[in-house]
Design a protein around this ligand. Structure first.
Ligand SMILES: Cc1cc2nc3c(=O)[nH]c(=O)nc-3n(C[C@H](O)[C@H](O)[C@H](O)COP(=O)(O)O)c2cc1C
Length: 427
């Protein structure tokens, strides 16, 4: 996906240091972020950024209306735990809005949040908001359906923290129906699950991972157990293997092809929120992978001086995302036209990301290869991306629908903003 990411180092990262990640020099970080167009500019920006840092003028990256859903969820967790499972009196407890709050925190392509909800007596319908599709990037709505699956899974995983037992019915009117899922609400009891708590911490991590720190095969086996439907499979590729290297090279090529395609770039830019201000969707600067000080600097540099974000994305993909990942993973479905399986793939991805969060692992989707394959198919032209995907694994009855990297990171991640409940809900 054409998401801008810029390199980071971790000078001001105060988390305990594990084994050092492949170093990303500050010089290259500045270059990659496009801030080093002139040394003078870099110094000026550093001075401004330094001052802002000292004064704390731009201290928090989770302030503003866009973080209200996250704050509401954290408050709910605290209230529910304090009440030890009894009714809390909190407005989220036991009602549809509580489940929707969990759904809002889900991953979605370019943070497009392509969902809307209809609340009835004891049910919530989850629908696609097709106006929020990624256009040329997602011609068959593969990513949109995966994002909707993420939302549904977040609602299921979060239910315990709002005192609800949900009954989930995916595509209640059939796979071509407009309703993606209907959730019937029953009273729940008991403890807040660790998954419900982790919803508040799950974030896409676009920084460098510790390349030398492999993921133990027992962890991969535990994650394999999250596959709960015959329609989805999880394929692991260690980065050091031949297939892992081919995936990395093909992903870099797909990124270069993506940024050479003006229509894809325009579709991606629509969701980029790289300037200061209050946002409620899209990919914001604090989430692209810079360390805090550089984020502040970058937010202060006037737009025209901040370099080419697409080139930065390509460099980051090459030098950080694939270069520092010890592990890649892919999710398969029987067919890319199988809407139910795509929703299931999204549910699996969200389960996986939440478990990874609990285990202290970082993940980042890396979907440019799939996006280029979709683009080539839509334009009915030969597809190097599809050929690369076909060569990655011997799959008799499935195709790749989603790709990601996984590893240990010592980066600081920031939350992405969200639209509020009232904006996405009709009663
Ligand atoms: C279907 C899908 C595709 C995605 N593809 C990418 C990708 O290629 N690169 C990336 O950095 N993030 C990707 N993401 C992550 C989203 O950008 C991210 O979920 C969103 O910005 C919200 O941020 P959060 O996950 O930190 O809450 C993808 C997410 C979904 C659901």
């Amino acid at each position: 996906m054409g998401e801008w990411t810029v390199s980071r180092n971790n000078d001001d990262d105060d988390k305990p240091k594990r084994k050092a990640a492949k170093p990303v020099a500050r010089r290259s970080a500045l270059k990659t972020s496009g801030l080093a167009a002139a040394g003078v500019l870099g110094l000026a920006a550093a001075a401004i950024g330094g001052r802002a840092y000292q004064t704390g003028a731009l201290n928090a990256f989770d302030e503003g209306l866009g973080f209200e859903p996250l704050r509401a969820w954290k408050a709910q967790l605290a209230a529910f735990k304090a009440a030890k499972g009894a009714k809390t009196g909190s407005p989220l407890t036991g009602n549809a809005k509580g489940l929707i709050a969990a759904g809002l925190l889900a991953a979605s392509p370019h943070n497009s949040q392509p969902w809307k909800f209809i609340i009835r007596d004891k049910t919530i319908d989850v629908l696609a908001d097709d106006a929020r599709n990624l256009g040329a990037i997602d011609p068959r709505r593969r990513e949109m359906l995966i994002g909707l699956g993420c939302c549904i899974e977040n609602m299921v995983l979060g239910a315990s923290a709002v005192g609800i037992t949900p009954l989930l019915n995916v595509f209640p009117d059939g796979p071509e129906g407009a309703t993606i899922a209907r959730i019937t609400i029953y009273d729940g009891t008991g403890q807040v699950s660790k998954e419900a708590e982790a919803l508040a911490r799950r974030q896409t991590d676009r920084g460098p991972y510790v390349v030398a720190r492999q993921i133990d095969s027992k962890i991969l086996t535990a994650l394999d157990a999250l596959v709960s439907s015959a329609s989805t499979k999880l394929i692991w590729l260690r980065a050091e293997t031949d297939a892992g290297k081919r995936f990395a090279a093909a992903t870099i090529k797909a990124t270069a092809d993506f940024i050479a395609d003006a229509e894809l770039v325009a579709a991606s830019d629509k969701w980029m929120r790289l300037g200061p201000g209050s946002h409620s969707d899209g990919v914001t600067l604090p989430t692209v992978g810079l360390p805090p000080l550089m984020t502040r600097m970058a937010l202060m540099v006037p737009k025209g001086l901040s370099g080419d974000p697409n080139q930065a994305w390509l460099e980051m993909t090459r030098d950080v995302h694939v270069a520092t990942a010890p592990q890649f993973g892919l999710i398969t479905v029987p067919s890319l036209d199988d809407r139910e399986s795509l929703v299931e793939a999204g549910r699996l991805w969200q389960r996986l990301h939440v478990q990874a969060t609990i285990m202290g692992l970082s993940v980042q989707p890396l979907n440019q290869l799939l996006e280029m394959a979709d683009r080539d198919a839509a334009l009915t032209r030969p597809s190097p991306a599809a050929t690369s995907l076909a060569g990655l694994a011997t799959l008799s009855d499935s195709v790749f629908a989603f790709a990601f990297r996984m590893g240990y990171s010592r980066s600081i991640t920031n939350p992405s903003p969200r639209r509020g409940i009232t904006e996405v809900t009709a009663a």
